[in-house]
Every structure is written in structure tokens, then in C-alpha cells.
Design a protein around this ligand. Structure first.
Ligand code: SF4
Length: 77
């Protein structure tokens, strides 16, 4: 399992601007609480869920379940 930023730099820039504006709270929801502080509770739970693979709600982060790429294979050459 690994967490990476969205490869789309424009999305990353937009979401990070949103996070800056809100002082670190999820820019995709109106609620401001510890649960919506980035990384929000929703994504933390998705990280814990072995079945989940995909983007967080704002699409800033991507969770991959591909363990092989953590093991120094040839994929990054
Ligand atoms: S949805 Fe993504 S960017 Fe938004 S608070 Fe959660 S982890 Fe952060």
C-alpha cells in the first residue's frame, strides 16, 4: 500500500490552494472539525480499508494497493 499525490499537478495545485484558504481543513466539505482536517477521517479510514483503492474525496491523494512497487522492482526504471 502506498499513498501518492495526484499525478495531475493542476488538481494538486487547486486542492492545496483550497487547503491553504481553509487553514488545513478539507476544501471539499463545509464542516470544520478534526474529522475534516487533511488527511481527513474519511481518507484515513479508506487507507485502513484493505479493499479500498483510489483517490481521496478531493482527489489530492491516491491510495494504491500495489505492494510490488514498494519493493524496488523494475517499475520505476
Ligand atoms: S479528501 Fe483528500 S484533500 Fe480533502 S481532506 Fe481528505 S485527504 Fe485531504
Amino acid at each position: 500500500m502506498k499513498i501518492t499525490l495526484n499525478p495531475d499537478a493542476e488538481v494538486v495545485r487547486t486542492v492545496k490552494e483550497g487547503l491553504h484558504r481553509t487553514g488545513g481543513y478539507c476544501p471539499c466539505v463545509l464542516e470544520r472539525s478534526e474529522d475534516t482536517r487533511c488527511m481527513c477521517k474519511e481518507f484515513r479510514e479508506q487507507i485502513k480499508d484493505p479493499q479500498f483503492e483510489g483517490f481521496c474525496h478531493c482527489m489530492l491523494y491516491y491510495k494504491s494497493n500495489d505492494d510490488k512497487s514498494d519493493e524496488g522492482g523494475n517499475e520505476h526504471v
